[in-house]
Design a protein around this ligand. Structure first.
Ligand code: ARG
Length: 451
């Protein structure tokens, strides 16, 4: 093998953009068809070119395509192979287009597919969250703020919070998909092309909703990638939060859940440990996805119009983002299904009477005390109880009344169940509300998959 020229190697994108071969060939087939319809090439020439392209696609899929490292990118590699097969007529394919509008079109097609796959993955994960929530409809856990026990919530309510995040993620990905749904082909290198091409026909053939309005913008716009990367970064942030809760909850300190064996690994030296590697890696992969967003923003910053070679750097980060995201969405449903809730530990944690402190304050409000004063009174009650190692439910009425004469025998009706049921405001954790929310979420999934 001849040693590679370091400059050729430096400037090549073939090692990674070969991934765009399907999109590139689809663009070329549509383009050849259009050129023939417009009488720019003959029907026979178009037919030969299209058959050649189909054969090349097969070669690539079967692994027999000769990827020659000296060729710069997938567009050149395909065209060179077409020339080997057809001779000079292959050169007619590049009439009325440029690699600049071609690569922009390839990437848009790629993102549209990635959006469809991502939305399907999100939909599956949302359905799994609902399934796990339904299966544990009666489990109560402490809700936290500042990671301090705050008020009791249903586990299902907690999981539904993630359903909402993923719902917004779907909308963000769809938005990126809509942005990508504009055809650049026909913009040429930067100024348009001097042939009577039919861009509407190209758009139709390739499944784009419309054609771009400005050729300079069309070849140099990567906003749709930035929107996708931003949606991916936000989505991974959500998944990393869920991952973190699984890590925390499966620790001995919380002990709320046990993750399935397939989603943890043993320690090589500490025989008692099961490490939540899958959740940790989901949390960890969030870093590279953020990085790719910032990477592309930086690549695009300050670029003069129109195409600049810097833009070739849009690909690896995008591909890695899609891979990291798909892989993470791929493992989450199984991991969630594998979790077992340790009901003894959740009940014990939820039985912490201090979780009812706010309800005691609300009780005093019910007796006419302004909330701020009620808060102060209950802070004193709590201090008193904690000092004596007692729960709020273990204090006698007499003890309560040392802090306020408004306390009456009905203070004993404050329980975990009453605290939950009281939060029946729309969006609250009352069991009745959560049942409604679960049904509503199920409907949302059915009406509009992935939302
Ligand atoms: N390999 C290039 C890229 O990925 C394709 C466009 C090249 N255009 C050019 N004028 N060199 O961006």
């Amino acid at each position: 093998m001849t040693p590679q020229n370091p400059v050729t190697e430096y400037t090549a994108s073939l090692p990674f953009d070969r991934r765009l071969y399907r999109q590139d060939i689809a663009c070329s087939i549509a383009h050849a068809r259009m050129l023939a319809r417009q009488g720019i090439i003959t029907e026979k020439e178009a037919e030969a070119i299209i058959m050649g392209l189909v054969a090349i696609r097969e070669e690539i899929e079967q692994g027999t395509f000769p990827f020659r490292p000296e060729l710069e990118d997938i567009h050149m590699a395909i065209e060179a192979r077409l020339t080997e097969r057809l001779g000079a007529v292959a050169g007619k394919l590049h009439t009325g287009r440029s690699r600049n509008d071609l690569v922009a079109t390839d990437m848009r097609l790629y993102i549209k597919e990635a959006v469809a796959q991502t939305v399907a993955g999100l939909h599956h994960l949302q359905a799994t969250l609902l399934e796990v929530a339904q299966a544990h409809a009666d489990v109560v856990i402490p809700g936290y703020t500042h990671l301090q026990r705050a008020q009791p919530v249903l586990l299902a309510h907690h999981l539904l919070a993630y359903f909402e995040m993923l719902h917004r993620d779907c909308a963000r990905f769809r938005h990126a998909g809509a942005e990508a749904d504009v055809l650049p082909l026909g913009s040429g290198a930067l100024a348009g092309v001097p042939y009577p091409i039919d861009r509407e026909f190209l758009a139709q053939e390739l499944g784009f909703s419309r054609v771009s309005d400005n050729s300079l913008d069309a070849v140099s716009d990567r906003d749709f990638l930035l929107s996708f990367l931003a949606a991916a970064a936000t989505c991974m942030m959500h998944l990393s939060r869920l991952a973190e809760e699984l890590v925390l909850w499966s620790s001995a300190e919380f002990g709320f859940i046990t993750l399935g064996e397939g989603y943890t690994s043993g320690s090589s030296i500490m025989p008692h440990k099961r490490n939540p590697d899958v959740a940790e890696l989901a949390r960890g992969k969030t870093g590279r996805v953020y990085g790719h967003l910032l990477g592309l923003l930086t690549v695009m910053k300050g670029l003069p119009l129109a195409y600049n070679r810097d833009m070739q750097e849009d690909k690896e980060g995008t591909f890695d983002t899609v891979d990291s995201l798909q892989a993470t969405l791929g493992v989450f449903p199984g991991m969630l299904r594998s979790l077992q809730v340790n009901r003894e530990r959740t009940s014990q944690a939820a039985a912490d009477s201090l979780l009812l402190a706010t309800d005691v304050a609300d009780y005093l409000v019910g007796k006419g005390l302004p909330f701020r004063q009620a808060h102060q009174v209950v802070a004193q009650v709590v201090r008193y109880a904690v000092e004596r190692g007692k729960g709020l439910g273990e204090l006698s009425l007499e003890e309560y009344r040392r802090f306020s004469p408004l306390f009456a025998p009905d203070v004993s009706t404050l329980t975990l169940d009453s605290a939950l049921a009281a939060r029946r405001v729309k969006g609250g954790t009352a069991p009745r509300r959560v049942r409604e929310a679960l049904a509503e979420a199920q409907k949302r999934l059915e009406v509009c998959p992935g939302s």
